[in-house]
Design a protein around this ligand. Structure first.
Ligand SMILES: C[S@@+](CC[C@H](N)C(=O)[O-])C[C@H]1O[C@@H](n2cnc3c(N)ncnc32)[C@H](O)[C@@H]1O
Length: 261
């Protein structure tokens, strides 16, 4: 997903359209952490958290949780929803290329294609360096992206996200152009349309943003270059028994990185 400001600054509409169900993902992360360390997961940062679905779910289960996003509107929305539900998360607006934390955490998450907002190798390396610096020695960083079979420089899927809540209906068409990536930079330009039906009115917001496609091996090489992180594993879905392969059951590219210190 790209840095789509017309969508991401309208956090409530994003939430209505996506309304993500992530209980299975959260359990997978608890299980993976237990398998890797043998101890309970105690602290976590959700990077590019959007409305903070994962952050809230971990906080509810007693994990000391931080949630960060570039868009202050997303963070304000996440803060309001969490407060309304009595969930305690330390929220802050922060850029994943240059963020900080008061202390290292066990796990960091970057879900739902948010890493592809970073377009340049240097940005990705800087980001990986930050992540490595803020993970405990046996911690891990989980990055979730669309399977490259379904979205790559050579072919971009067609998606529609729609939802309705309290009389507000939201539809996002993604993309409405035919994105074609620059074969040198692996960056593509995506156009989207957000339509909102509310109070008997329709509002339409057009957006255009860039996304970078990297393979698992490219992310692995960039992690090595950071000097702080290395690729430690990969899954094709949020299931410990689902390898990252080309079977239909492998829907996602889930990369697990660990610190090198
Ligand atoms: C597709 S949304 C995913 C939100 C959330 N992770 C989820 O699972 O629903 C991508 C998010 O990445 C955020 N983002 C984009 N560039 C960022 C950056 N450089 N640093 C931090 N967050 C960023 C956007 O503001 C947006 O909320």
């Amino acid at each position: 997903m790209a840095e789509l400001n017309e969508i991401y600054r309208r956090a409530r509409y994003y939430d209505v359209a996506f309304d993500r169900k992530i209980d299975g993902e959260v359990q997978f992360i608890f299980d993976l952490h237990r398998r890797r360390t043998g101890r309970p997961l105690e602290s976590l940062l959700e990077i590019a958290c959007g409305p903070g679905y994962h952050a809230c779910a971990f906080a509810k289960r007693g994990v000391r949780t931080f949630g960060q996003d570039l868009r202050p509107e997303m963070i304000e929305y996440a803060r309001e929803v969490a407060a309304r539900n009595g969930v305690d998360v330390a929220w802050s607006a922060a850029d994943m290329r240059d963020f900080t934390l008061p202390q290292p955490v066990d796990v960091m998450l970057n879900n739902y294609d948010s890493l592809d907002c970073l377009l340049l190798n240097e940005e990705i390396v800087a980001h990986f360096r930050r992540v490595g610096e803020h993970l405990v020695p046996d911690g891990f960083y989980l990055v979730e992206l669309t399977h490259p079979r379904d979205c790559s420089p050579w072919g971009y899927g067609v998606y529609q996200y729609a939802g309705e809540r309290n009389g507000t209906r939201v539809i996002i068409d993604w993309p409405v152009n035919k994105p074609s990536a620059d074969p040198l930079t692996q960056v593509t330009e995506v156009e989207t349309v957000l339509r909102v039906f509310e109070n008997d009115e329709e509002h339409v917001f057009h957006d255009r943003a860039k996304e970078r496609f990297c393979t698992a091996q490219e992310y692995s090489a960039l992690a090595d270059l950071s000097g702080r992180l290395r690729l430690a594993g990969a899954y094709g879905d949020f299931r410990l028994d689902q390898p990252f392969d080309n079977s239909p059951a492998a829907r996602r590219m889930i990369l697990i990185f660990e610190p090198t210190r």
